[in-house]
Design a protein around this ligand. Sequence first.
Ligand code: FE2
Ligand code: FE2
Length: 307
Amino acid sequence: MHAMTLEAQPYTLMPGEIDHGKPFLPERFTPLAHTSLYEKLSPEQRLRYNQLTGMLFNEQFMFFESLLGECLLLPVIARADDPELREGLRHFMEEEKRHSEVFAELNRRCAPDLYRDSRFHFLHMPPAWMRAMRWTASRANRFPFLLWLITIQEERAVAYARGFEAEEGGLEPHFADIQRKHLADEMSHVEYDDLLVERYWDSARPAVRRVNARLLSWTLFEFFCAPRRSGVKVVDHLIRAHGDLLPLRPEILASFRSLDRSPEYVRSMYGPDVIPETLEKMRAYPEFASFLSRLETACAPREGQTP
Ligand SMILES: [Fe+2]
Ligand SMILES: [Fe+2]
C-alpha cells in the first residue's frame, strides 16, 4: 500500500481560450439527454445545455474533493500513527485540493461573470445541510458511510474520464485535457479509498455498519441520483438565454424527477459498467445486501422499456 507512486502530476490548465463551439462533456453524461424532451431542443440549445452541465459537473467534482480533503482527510491524517501513511494521505489531500483549484479555474475561464465571486454557481447546498455534511465528514469513525460515498464518486470520476477519452476529438480541448490528467491521479486514489474503508469500516461494530449502510443508500438516492436543485438552476440559466424553452420548463422538471425511476439513467450513474469495483467490494459485506438489491432493481430494464 505504501509503495504507491507519489510523483507529482503536472495538474495545470492548458493555456488558450475556451472553444464555445464544442461540447464540454459527452452527451450521455447530461441528464436531459436521457429524456425524450432532449429531442425538442435545437442543436444550439443542446450545445449550451451541455456546456452549462459541464460547468456544474466541475462544481460537483470540487464539492466532493473538498469534502474529502478538508473535512474527512484532515482528522484522519491527524490520527494516523504511521508516518509513511500520514505522508501518503497528505499527498492525496494535496492532489484533491489542486484538482479543485483547476476545476474552479476552468469554470472561471468558461464563464468569468458566473464565477467572479464564488467557486459555486449551479451547485447549491442549503447552509444547514452543508454544515451537517461537514460535521458528519469529519467523524469518519461514527459515519464511515461517507468513505463509501467517496469511493463511489472516485470510481465514477475514473469512468467519466474514460468517457471523455473515448470522445476526445469532439470535445472542448481544455475539458478533455483536464479529464485526462484527472484520470492519472484518480487511479492511484482508489488504493487510499480501500485503505480508509479497511480502517474505518472493517473496525466498526456491526450495528454501526448496518445503520451506515442505510445512510449510504438514503444519501445516494436522495441527493446524488436524479438532478435536484442544481439541475434546475442549469435549466433556468438556459431558459434565460432561450426564452422559447420556457413553456417546456414544467415538463423538463418533471422529467428530471422521473430519472430516479429510469433504469437507463441510474445505470449510467451507478451501474456495473460505471462502478464495478466498488460494487464488487460491497458484496463482501452483508450489511449492503439491501442497498445492492435496491440499486440492482433501479438498474434493471422494465418491461416494455428498451435496455
Ligand atoms: Fe480528484
Ligand atoms: Fe480522488
